[in-house]
Design a protein. Sequence first.
Length: 105
Amino acid sequence: MKADAVKIADGVYWVGVLDWDIRKYHGYTLKGTTYNAYLVFGDEKVAIIDNTYPGTSAQMWGRIKDAFEKEGREFKIDVIVQNHVEKDHSGALPEIHKKFPDAPI
């Protein structure tokens, strides 16, 4: 899926998901929600901070690939930062770990 990463600062991108369809999560909403995830490009390593709700990761992966293209870097996540395990922050953790098994969590 093609999705654009949102540059927040030099080397920092929002790579989360816009979920317009969800109605119930921490209450009821008519407008959907976002799942926030970030990529941080250091001089030598790349970290992902949080990820997305289960079943919504295609949009996140599209944004991640876009961020790597914008930075002109090899597609490799070196560090996985998981702030907490609530599903909207951790649902894609198994996918990320499978793609990058050497990245510490």
